[in-house]
Write a protein of this length. Structure first.
Length: 333
């Protein structure tokens, strides 16, 4: 513990009294920081979490290039992993809960500060679009479970089977292994997609969608559908999204915190690092914990940082769509 603490101190200079000068964490890995990719001049920008973000970025950028809004772009961008059966942590093909049911969390947030969300939704291919419908057609923010499903069906969404043969087999394997209840984030399958876009008019929107932790307790809701946890957008300041252990993100309202840090003058990279630092101060960090944050500010600067090695994010900017390894605080034990 003492070692970890001192490592954190060396790595990040944050904390109430020492916000500036801020030292970026280049020393932690040889990888460049996200802030090295800040060549934003003008025009649209799309960033998203994990490798599956590359295909999502393509779809989102296509929307922006053809004159669509940032809100349309984030929705249509995340449709790609939601519909991809090979992505086992989002939508169709997502690994199920402990009882074999695929349950989805998603949210969307618009440049005008409006937002919609669904939690513990089953049987719907595009939960992000149900979230958007909640935002646009109801006075509510979150619909959950059976009520969310009823709302979706009433609004013309089709009921589908989201459990693929692969995910079912993985669940059976998990059960056969003694089914010790120990839900894990789906690292090897690349996790939640959070996607942030800046449109041609400079407006910012975001979306976040996931099947949550593999084999989780039935009824469990993570950070992804909670505004300020899995996603937060403030069109005047910037936006942030989260992936990893939702409970940890929720306890520190990570993305709200990042946007507030940016509002107070931090670069998105500093803000993501400071939010991870906050996590280490506020939450018990266990050996399997991972949390990754990704953020943009109004100027199109980008930041990303994770608790542990392995978080990747995709940036589509100036005609190029690139997958980048995020810098991180701790090595896995
Ligand atoms: N944040 C998601 C959750 O806790 C999981 C993930 O990103 O892997 O549901």
């Amino acid at each position: 513990m003492a070692n970890r603490r001192s490592f954190i101190k060396q790595s990040i200079v944050v904390g109430a009294a020492a916000l500036f000068p801020f030292k970026l964490t280049k020393g932690i890995t040889d990888q460049p920081n996200a802030s090295d990719f800040n060549t934003f001049q003008s025009g649209p920008l799309v960033v998203s979490t994990w490798k599956h973000g590359l295909a999502a970025n393509e779809a989102a950028m296509k929307v922006l290039k053809s004159g669509g809004t940032a809100l349309d772009a984030v929705e249509q961008g995340v449709w790609v992993p939601e519909a991809d059966p090979e992505v086992n942590s989002v939508g169709l093909g997502g690994l199920p809960d402990a009882e074999g049911n695929v349950t989805l969390d998603a949210c969307i947030m618009a440049p005008d500060g409006n937002a919609g969300s669904v939690a513990y939704l089953q049987h719907i291919l595009h939960p992000v679009s149900v979230a958007r419908r909640v935002m646009e057609k109801t006075p509510h923010l979150i619909l959950a479970g059976e009520g969310a499903l009823k709302f979706a069906l009433d609004n013309g969404f089709e009921k589908v089977n989201l459990l693929t043969e692969y995910s079912k087999a993985e669940w059976k394997k998990w059960k056969a292994s003694g089914a010790r209840y120990a839900p894990t984030a789906n690292w090897e399958n690349h996790d939640t997609i959070g996607l942030l876009a800046i449109g041609t008019a400079g407006e910012i929107a975001g979306a976040c969608t996931t099947s949550g932790m593999a084999f989780k307790h039935p009824g469990r809701v993570g950070d992804s559908p909670i505004i300020g946890a899995g996603l937060f957008v403030d069109n005047k300041v910037g936006a942030a999204t989260a992936t990893g252990e939702g409970e940890a993100v929720l306890k520190t309202l990570g993305t709200f915190l990042i946007v507030e840090f940016m509002r107070n003058g931090m670069h998105p990279q500093q803000a993501c690092e400071a939010a991870i630092q906050r996590l280490t101060e506020s939450v018990r960090i266990h050996d399997n914990m991972q949390v990754g944050y990704l953020a943009v500010n109004k100027a199109g600067d980008i930041g990303a940082f994770s608790l542990r090695k392995g978080f990747q994010f995709a940036v589509f900017q100036n005609g190029e769509n690139t997958l980048i390894d995020a810098t991180y605080l701790l090595e896995w034990k």
